[in-house]
Ligand binder design. Structure first.
Ligand SMILES: [Fe+2]
Ligand SMILES: [Fe+2]
Length: 167
């Protein structure tokens, strides 16, 4: 594997773990605000992001590369309402989408065909993630400040079930 490709995948592993860390921090904040459903949703998202990191990690190993873990930074995420939280999540996911697309550009440029195939999964995954966060934002916008509405949306978020683990 080309060194520049290996480095870029290692950078993406850091991005995915950092993203996981951000969701875990949001989960803690939601526990504090007593939104149990959103806290659970965020915790599941933490798991998903870890799984993303591990997909790249395993890919590197299978290709004879070396995962080199980089430092994470403490998440600086503060919010007072679920709407704010999911807007932060959306902008974070959009940034990740851009990075995945840049990685794809590199894979094309370096003629790394198997990385391109792996990235097809990630490109689809980003569409799904942005879509689901946008839908949640829409729901919180509709509820506004209604306590009953917030309760119902939170309860729905708590019903999220894990996706099928390994692909
Ligand atoms: Fe991810
Ligand atoms: Fe994500």
């Amino acid at each position: 594997m080309k060194e520049s490709v290996e480095q870029a995948i290692n950078d993406q592993i850091q991005v995915e773990f950092q993203s996981a860390y951000g969701y875990l921090s949001m989960s803690a904040r939601f526990e504090d605000l007593n939104f149990k459903g959103a806290a659970k949703w965020m915790r599941m998202q933490w798991q998903e992001e870890n799984m993303h990191a591990m997909k790249f990690f395993d890919f590197l190993i299978r290709r004879g590369g070396n995962p080199r873990l980089q430092p994470l930074t403490a998440p600086e995420i503060s919010f007072n309402t679920p709407l704010e939280a999911f807007e932060i999540a959306l902008s974070s996911e959009r940034k990740v989408t851009r990075l995945i697309h840049e990685l794809y550009d590199l894979a094309v440029e370096k003629k790394d065909y198997s990385l391109r195939t792996l990235l097809h999964w990630f490109i689809d995954e980003q569409v799904e993630e942005e879509e689901s966060v946008e839908e949640i934002i829409q729901n919180f916008k509709l509820t506004g400040d209604s306590g009953e509405g917030l309760f119902l949306v939170d309860r729905e978020l708590g019903q999220r079930i894990a996706e099928g683990g390994e692909e």
